[in-house]
Design a protein around this ligand. Structure first.
Ligand code: FAD
Length: 488
């Protein structure tokens, strides 16, 4: 039985990011990664399993809700601040030679918000007015001129009724991120720097071992079981984080539950159409739909090749991973979290209705949804692919709600700071670096002063609100544009 300083469960973007941060903060700490698949980033971090949007609230309308005619920008600013930390961290990793060619994982793609109908157009204009003066949204633009719309988004203009009332706002500062490629680059560097990666190894148990943790893993090829003692465990197991944290027995996970939502995309198979579109276009979610199900017509850049996809269409399976088991949901049920499930079941009738409607959609119905964006869409130009699995967090809540469904990411850690895991999926990979800083603050608070110099090198705006420091924002932005090769 070996010993290790840091055990990372899962080789997705979260573990890859945390591993890189630790290698810089404490190069002598030993690390091991357990991954049940035979390669990194086979689940949500794989490029076709997520949308690859570098979420910074440039185009996602769910970050700017309207209350009594006023657009609230607080969430948008918060997400954007976090994405700035990601850009800084990635730039630093490129400069250090940990990450390789940035164009393999990040590319400039304009982010566009799409309004259809008078009410949406009015809202979009207000949103644009609210954001355009904020320092972190410097190049927001808006038009409700039909000719400009048709010229900028030919696939969306062609075949559209002349009387359709449409508008867009856009930013050329948007990005497409291939989190799979980025994970692979991080893991390759980790191996070179001495991290041991055990592929095909599924962690089956985590149990307390004094003030350390005993991690048990099964080799999925040989059936052999092995254990390791770790000072700190990060459960970066995506959808499987909930059951693994439950196995650890920490009190902080009590009452938490998970609600799996699967997804599908339409992927364009017609190269001509792919070439005609160059933007990530986000619309408004339909009533009752969860925020992560907002449809978008999305340019992708994967392995140096342009792609186009539309979706996601929600689906449902009880699996917690795309390559998981149909028993996942049932196995995660505990006496302590059944009230949370029931509470959410009663409150979220809109979500249930939405999921049922989505599940009943056949290919013709999916193409009809696509036609709201691209009126001339034809079935023969698109194929259906399965997206990654999301497990939405259900938080315990008191009487009378018992549980509340969350659409964000939730970090869970024990009070001693020796184990932590990440639940939920949104805004997900884009803010992996800031999620991992939060982990450091919570679990390694005693080291933060000693680490402050190195943290500032990795995250120059750490502790500063860039929205209050426009000059610093500009400086850091220009630097990351250059290093990440995002200048056009
Ligand atoms: C449909 C969809 C669209 C999305 N769109 C975006 C987007 O546009 N932008 C964005 O930023 N984010 C997006 N996300 C979210 C993003 O993909 C995730 O937040 C992110 O990939 C999660 O990374 P992770 O490392 O936590 O999990 P994962 O990438 O799922 O990695 C977890 C790893 O743990 C392994 N594992 C699980 N259990 C075990 C075990 N017991 N033992 C060993 N290994 C185990 C799995 O095999 C997997 O490799 C989207 C997600 C989905 C599903």
């Amino acid at each position: 039985m070996g010993e290790v300083d840091i055990a990372l469960i899962g080789a997705g973007i979260m573990s890859a990011t945390l591993g890189a941060i630790f290698r810089e903060l404490e190069p002598s700490w030993t690390q091991v990664i357990f991954e049940r698949c035979d390669a990194p980033a086979e689940e949500s971090s794989s490029p076709w399993n997520n949308a690859g949007t570098g979420h910074s609230a440039l185009c996602e309308l769910n970050y700017t809700p309207e209350n009594h005619g006023k657009v609230d920008t607080a969430k948008a600013v918060n997400i954007n601040e976090k994405f700035q930390l990601s850009r800084q961290f990635w730039s630093h990793q490129v400069e250090k030679g940990v990450l390789g060619d940035p164009s393999e994982f990040i590319n400039p793609v304009p982010h566009v918000s799409f309004a259809n109908g008078e009410d949406q157009v009015r809202y979009l204009r207000r949103r644009y007015e609210a954001l355009r003066t904020l320092p972190l949204f410097p190049d927001m633009q808006f038009t409700d001129d039909r000719a400009t719309f048709d010229e900028m988004l030919p696939l969306m203009g062609e075949g559209r009724a002349a009387g359709d009332r449409v508008a867009i706002s856009w930013s050329n500062n948007g990005t497409d991120v291939n989190f799979g490629a980025q994970t692979r680059q991080f893991v390759d560097a980790a191996i070179q720097q001495g991290t041991e990666v055990r592929y095909g190894h599924e962690v089956t148990n985590i149990s307390a071992h004094g003030d350390k943790w005993k991690v048990t893993a099964k080799n999925r090829h040989t059936g052999e079981s092995q254990t390791i003692i770790a000072n700190f465990v990060f459960v970066g197991a995506g959808g499987q984080a909930l059951p693994l944290l439950q196995k650890s027995g920490i009190s902080e996970i009590k009452g938490f539950a998970g609600f799996p939502v699967s997804g599908q995309w339409l992927r364009c198979t017609n190269e001509e159409l792919v070439e005609k579109h160059a933007a990530k276009v986000y619309g408004k979610a339909s009533v009752g739909a969860p925020p992560m199900s907002v449809p978008h017509l999305d340019t992708r850049v994967i392995d140096g090749k342009k792609g186009l996809m539309f979706g996601p269409y929600a689906g449902w399976t009880p699996k917690f991973l795309k390559h998981g088991s149909n028993l996942d949901l049932f196995k995660s049920m505990r006496v302590g979290n059944i009230p949370s499930y029931l509470g959410v079941g009663v409150q979220e009738m809109g979500l249930t209705k939405y999921l049922v409607t989505e599940l009943l959609k056949d290919m013709d119905a999916r193409i009809d949804s696509l036609r709201e964006y691209m009126p001339t869409a034809r079935k023969e130009d698109w194929e259906l692919i399965i997206a990654g699995q999301r497990v939405q967090v259900i938080k315990p809540a008191g009487v009378p709600r018992f549980g509340s469904l969350e659409f964000g990411t939730t970090l869970i850690n024990n009070s001693a700071g020796t184990i932590a895991g990440l639940l939920g999926a949104s805004p997900g990979a884009s803010i992996a670096p800031s999620a991992m800083i939060e982990l450091l603050e919570r679990c390694f608070g005693g080291y933060m002063i000693e680490w402050s110099g190195k943290i500032k090198e990795m995250f120059p705006s750490y502790g500063v609100k860039l929205s209050n420091e426009p000059k610093l924002f500009e400086e850091l932005w220009d630097h990351s544009q250059k290093v990440l090769k995002l200048e056009r």
